[in-house]
Ligand binder design. Structure first.
Ligand code: ATP
Length: 255
C-alpha cells in the first residue's frame, strides 16, 4: 500500500493555507504531523480524507494497486460536538454503516463488542454518547473509526482530551492497527515526545509548508523546532530511551 501526496495545496477564500506539500508513505507506517497552531495540520489530513478541496494530487493505492476511495478512509476529528441520543454501542456500530442492512448481522455486533473491549469501553456500551466526558467521546469516535476497518486512519489530535494512560492506549492501538492491517495512519499531535515515540515518519509543517519530513530523530532538530515554534527548546533522550522536547522560553530570534 502507498500514499503519495504531490504538491498538495489548499486555499480558503483566496488565502493559501497549505502550500505545495509533497510526501510518500508506505503501508504499515504511522505518520505524525506536527507544527505550530494554525499551520495547516488539520487542513492537510482533511484533504487526505477528501473533506477539503485541494490542488495537486493525493494518490492512495492498496497492495493490489487498486485505488483507495473515500469510504476506506476514516477521519477522526479533534472534538465531537455531535448531539445524539445514540448509545456508545450504536455510535460505534455506525462505523459499519456502509456494510449494514436492515438486519444487523452478528459479525458487525461482534466487531463492535471487540473494539469496545480493546479500548476498555465495554462498561459505557449502553450510555448515551452525548452524556460522556470529552475524553470518553474521543475514545468512542476512535472506536467508530477502527471498526470500519479503514485502509487509512486519520486522527486529529486524538490524545488532546485524554489522561496519560488513555494517551498511551490510543497510540498503542493506532500502532497495532498499522502493523496488523498494513494500513497507513496519519496523526496530528502537539505532544512531540509522543509523536517521536510512536511514529515511523514525521512531517513538520510551518506556515503551510512541510519544512521537514523523515524519521523523528531528523525532524526533531533543535534549530528546526526553534524556527517553527519560535521557542527555545531542549531535545534529549530520557532514561527510558524516549526522545523528549522541553520548551525552555520563547525565542527572540525570528526567521
Ligand atoms: N473552513 C475554513 N475556512 C477558512 N479558513 C480556514 C478553514 N479551515 C481552516 N482555516 C484556516 O486555515 C489555517 C490552518 O488551519 P488548520 O486547522 O489546518 O491548522 P492546524 O495546524 O491544524 O492548527 P491547530 O494546531 O491550532 O489545530 C488557519 O488559519 C485557519 O483559520
Amino acid at each position: 500500500m502507498q500514499m503519495k501526496l504531490s504538491q498538495v495545496a489548499v486555499s480558503f477564500q483566496q488565502k493559501e493555507v497549505l502550500k505545495s506539500v509533497s510526501a510518500e508513505f508506505r503501508g504499515g507506517e504511522l505518520v505524525a504531523v506536527i507544527g505550530p497552531n494554525g499551520t495547516g495540520k488539520t487542513t492537510l489530513i482533511k484533504a487526505i480524507a477528501k473533506l477539503n478541496t485541494y490542488q495537486g494530487n493525493i494518490d492512495i493505492v492498496d497492495e493490489q494497486g487498486k485505488k483507495v476511495d473515500k469510504s476506506q478512509i476514516a477521519y477522526v476529528p479533534q472534538t465531537s460536538s455531535m448531539q445524539t441520543d445514540l448509545s456508545v454501542f450504536e455510535m460505534v456500530l455506525l462505523g459499519r454503516v456502509k456494510d449494514l442492512s436492515w438486519k444487523v448481522e452478528s459479525v458487525h455486533l461482534e466487531a463492535v463488542a471487540d473494539i469496545l473491549e480493546k479500548l476498555g469501553l465495554e462498561a459505557l456500551s449502553l450510555q448515551a454518547f452525548s452524556k460522556l466526558s470529552g475524553g470518553q467521546k474521543q475514545m468512542v469516535i476512535m472506536a467508530q473509526a477502527l471498526v470500519s476497518n479503514p485502509k487509512v486512519l486519520l486522527l486529529d489530535e486524538p490524545t488532546s482530551a485524554l489522561d496519560l494512560k488513555h494517551q498511551l492506549q490510543v497510540l498503542e492501538i493506532a500502532k497495532q492497527y498499522c502493523t496488523e492491517t498494513q494500513g497507513i495512519t496519519v496523526i496530528v499531535l502537539h505532544d512531540l515526545a509522543l509523536a517521536a515515540r510512536y511514529s515511523d515518519e514525521m512531517i513538520l509543517l510551518n506556515e503551510g509548508y512541510a519544512v521537514k519530513k523523515g524519521k523523528p530523530e531528523a525532524v526533531l532538530d533543535i534549530k528546526l523546532l526553534e524556527k517553527a515554534y519560535q521557542v527555545e527548546v531542549d531535545v534529549s533522550t530520557n532514561s527510558s530511551g524516549f526522545m523528549t522536547v522541553t520548551p525552555v522560553k520563547p525565542s527572540k530570534a525570528v526567521g
